[in-house]
Design a protein around this ligand. Structure first.
Ligand code: HAM
Length: 430
């Protein structure tokens, strides 16, 4: 029969045989977040559309072209989150987290949704690990956050990763920069794509990350933001660099990094890896000191980053870095006959309660097929139970790697004790 439907374009399934790769990364993220004092924040997969229009910015590609927006039966406009920062900031405000001791440090592991053209490393449903920090404008915080990301990529063993940083200033110095950009792009107005012609009057910085090839060429000659920083922003940027140096984090300054979302101020950064093709940014972030106020709160400096989990997995593959496979089955208890089948179930359950990974037949296979299956799942030990073993109260425990056998009593408590000892010995010998 034909499949009723296939997964929507730009989405991926994570199958049981590969989910350990995700779990490995997720554990690593959680450990790193803990080391930096970040606690998990979970927010809804959908939010009111105006949160993203206001937060991410209505001149951005994300808001203009890529959001999954729909009307609910009640007539509300809802959007699947295209990123994690706006929802996190909304939760921060809604729950008055500014009353907690500052800085507030929150991390998340979330799915995000963007209606983009799918290609390697670019999906319509993808996943981010993100860290957001509220309540400090100190440059040490920028460097600490960037260091957290760098540590993660180090711990993953990634090579050929470069960190590019920039400062895009504050609203004060940005006004001057906007003027310069507007003057520059106005010379080419007729050549720009329709979107950019419209953005020119509203937010000329968005022209710098236009994906249309010709606009991209024109953008190459645009004035750079670093030439327009005010004293405070320049000092902040210099301090961030000094703290990064002190933390031993290597970087290059790339004045063309402006990021594609509107909320950024001052520091912005990206981690890039050229081994995974065109979608080479594995992580991006920066400071967003104006977002909380933009969403209706009191002024509150903030900063954060998000890393794309699919892109990180692609990078691991491209660099031949293997994630340790999960430990295989500790024991397979094969059996023949009704009484032996029930005994196998009882013993498996005792082992499982003791934290071991035990299997027996729940398919109805014959003994030979059971042993074949035990081999396939890489069981470390096996045991065959039949009428004789049940009558005698003992069975032969077989180490599948070297074929060695030993006698083991089938009495529950003693069985678990002796199996655990045999397993320990085998693990030690490996
Ligand atoms: P972003 O640069 O839009 O920033 O996304 C962060 C990361 O998500 C990217 O570097 C990339 O690895 C991954 N990513 C983005 N789009 C896709 C896609 N279509 N398919 C696969 N992976 C993708 C943000 O989202 C900001 N919220 C980051 C941030 C947090 N800034 C401050 N705090």
């Amino acid at each position: 029969m034909a499949l009723i439907t296939k997964k929507p374009r730009g989405t991926e399934d994570v199958l049981p045989r590969e989910s350990y790769r995700w779990q490995f990364l997720e554990n690593l993220f959680r450990e790193e977040a803990r080391a930096f004092g970040y606690k998990e924040l979970r927010t809804p997969v959908f939010e009111h559309t105006n949160l993203f229009e206001r937060g991410v910015g209505d001149t951005t590609d994300v808001v203009q072209k890529e959001m999954y927006t729909f009307l609910t039966k009640g007539g509300d406009s809802i959007t699947l989150r295209p990123e994690g920062t706006a929802g996190a900031a909304r939760a921060f405000l809604e729950h008055g987290l500014h009353n907690d001791p500052l800085p507030i440090k929150a991390y998340y592991l979330t799915s995000c949704y963007r209606y983009e053209k799918p290609q390697a490393g670019r999906l319509r449903e993808f996943h981010q690990f993100g860290m957001e920090c509220y309540g400090t404008s100190n440059p040490a915080a920028d460097a600490e956050l960037i260091t957290a990301a760098a540590n993660i990529f180090d711990r993953m063993g990634l090579k050929n990763i470069r960190l590019e940083i920039n400062s895009i200033g504050c609203p004060k110095c940005r006004a001057e920069y906007h003027k310069a950009l507007t003057a520059y792009f106005s010379q080419y107005k007729d050549e720009l794509c329709e979107d950019c012609q419209e953005r020119l009057g509203r937010n000329p910085m968005r022209l710098l990350d236009c994906k249309v090839a010709h606009d991209h060429e024109i953008a190459k000659g645009a004035p750079t933001v670093l030439d327009y920083l005010c004293d405070e922003c320049r000092e902040h940027f210099d301090s961030v660099k000094a703290y990064l140096d002190a933390n031993g984090v290597a970087y290059t300054v790339n004045p063309t990094i402006v990021r594609g979302l509107d909320y950024y101020t001052k520091t912005v950064f990206e981690f890039i890896c050229d081994d995974i093709g065109a979608q080479s940014t594995i992580c991006g972030g920066g400071r967003y000191d104006g977002l909380i106020e933009e969403l209706g709160g009191n002024p509150m400096p903030a900063l954060g980053f998000a890393a794309g989990i699919e892109r990180l997995l692609l990078t691991l593959d491209a660099q031949g870095i293997e994630i340790p496979a999960p430990s295989p089955c500790d024991i397979y208890i094969a059996n023949k006959g009704d009484t032996a089948h029930k005994k196998a179930g009882e013993l498996c359950n005792l082992l499982r309660k003791a934290g071991l990974y035990a299997e027996y037949d729940v398919v109805g296979r014959g003994l030979k097929a059971q042993m074949k299956y035990a081999n396939k799942i890489g069981a470390q030990f096996s045991l065959v139970l039949g009428d004789d073993e049940i009558a005698g109260g003992t069975a032969r425990l077989k180490n599948m790697a070297n074929g060695e056998q030993s006698e083991i009593p089938l009495d529950g408590e003693q069985f678990v004790k002796e199996f655990t000892a045999a397993k320990l010995q085998a693990d030690f010998a490996e």
